[in-house]
Design a protein around this ligand. Structure first.
Ligand code: BGC
Length: 397
């Protein structure tokens, strides 16, 4: 009798397990189907969707604009700082994953962050001592990086609310962001009208076009500060990525990361990325410049300057097969290997961002150009239009 009862118990347990497994398979199938229909929907057409991302302490609502192309590539941008919060691109097997560092919530962008994904202005990179002069008149800027000025000051373009105009055309989607920086805002002269246009097309290219005009002589150097990790896995470092930088020289820096003025040949140095090289290969070699930057944090002097759009750099992650090519008309590119990330900032989807879990390729004029007259000029005069463009093209191999 006892053994009959035990058998009955055993049979009931087996039946329960079978029913449970079937339910689970059904629900898994349902999720797969909904994912599938999302993919099908995405491949149907280019589209823009909007959602609320959060509220500023003032109560102002911040909107997230999500641009999706016909391959399912997605870029999400918020009107706070013009920040690219997400950039989802396919890997060699078609898996679409996020390849830029950022945060899940607006609050995290409000605590002085490392400029994740933001538009940088009025001046991308450093200005020595936070001072420069135009026609003999001296201007004083915030010293927000030791004694130097960095990325536009205490409230640069990464911390302002931009006006956004979404544009939908047959072959591309765009977001036109506008912001007028008032005369003497953050210490810079002139009312600067700025328009930054992000464009996503069906060739998996994200273009960033910058335009600005002023009513007083000023200096401008705008850039985009996305941190990339092409693996799509933010718990991994970027040290295995391969980088090519189309530059025969770079700008060595002093101990506060201001260029010394020398144009140094990359040949025979860890700064030689003329042929694709693994980032981690020489990053820890004994080298004064690497010690000053705590890794790579330097501006490269791009080849083929003043020649329109040129290939400036390529990044490749062999594991996912993702490739990113950077094209620009700028003379320089700051290659920064996330040396100041220290595992304290919360990562999207959980975890934290450890040192070197992202790299930046910031196209720009050279750091401290307002004080280094032999560098290409960053002055903008009334009546002129500042115009520059950078494209990030994604593919796989
Ligand atoms: C600079 C780094 C800086 C980082 C975040 C980069 O553009 O080159 O030195 O730490 O931005 O602020």
């Amino acid at each position: 009798m006892n053994s009959f009862k035990q058998n009955l118990k055993y049979i009931s347990l087996v039946c329960l397990a079978v029913v449970f497994t079937q339910c689970k398979t059904k629900s898994e199938k349902a999720t797969a189907n909904s994912e599938q229909s999302e993919i099908q929907e995405n491949t149907e057409a280019l589209h823009i969707s909007t959602s609320e991302f959060g509220k500023l302490p003032s109560g102002e609502k911040i909107t997230k604009y999500q641009l999706t192309n016909k391959h399912g590539m997605e870029v999400a941008i918020i009107n706070y700082g013009g920040v690219i919060t997400n950039l989802k691109v396919p890997d060699k097997n078609g898996a679409i994953e996020d390849v830029v560092l950022g945060f899940d919530s607006l609050e995290d962008y409000l605590i002085p962050p490392p400029y994740f994904g933001a538009i940088i202005g009025r001046y991308g990179n450093r200005i020595a001592g936070g001072k420069f002069a135009i026609d003999g008149e001296e201007y004083t800027l915030a010293q927000n990086d030791g004694k130097n000025h960095l990325h536009g000051g205490n409230k640069g373009f990464d911390k302002v609310v931009w006006e956004v105009k979404p544009i939908q055309e047959k072959d591309y989607l765009a977001l036109q962001l506008s912001y007028t920086s008032k005369d003497m805002e953050e210490g810079y002269p002139g009312n600067l009208k700025t328009i930054v246009t992000y464009t996503l097309d069906n060739t998996n290219t994200l273009k960033v076009a910058y335009e600005a005009t002023t009513d007083k002589k000023t200096v401008v150097n705008l850039t985009q500060h996305s941190y990339f990790n092409l693996s799509g896995d933010f718990s991994k470092t970027i040290l295995d990525h391969q980088i090519m930088i189309n530059a025969d020289a770079f700008l060595p820096v002093d101990s506060s990361l201001i260029p010394t003025g020398e144009f140094k040949d990359v040949a025979g140095t860890p700064f030689d990325f003329r042929s694709s090289k693994v980032i981690g290969k020489e990053i820890n070699t004994e080298n004064e410049q690497l010690e000053r930057g705590l890794g790579y944090d330097h501006c490269w002097v791009l080849n083929n300057q003043n020649n329109g759009q040129q290939l400036a750099a390529t990044a490749y992650d062999p594991e996912s097969g993702r490739i990113m090519e950077v094209f620009t008309d700028e003379p320089g590119i700051q290659f920064y290997t996330g040396n100041f990330l220290d595992g304290t900032l919360p990562a999207k989807g959980g975890g934290t961002y450890a040192k070197r879990t992202g790299f930046c390729l910031e196209t720009q004029h050279y750091p401290d150009s307002p004080n280094q007259k032999e560098f290409p000029s960053v002055e903008l005069k009334p009546g002129e239009t500042y115009k520059t463009e950078t494209s990030f093209k994604f593919s796989t191999k």
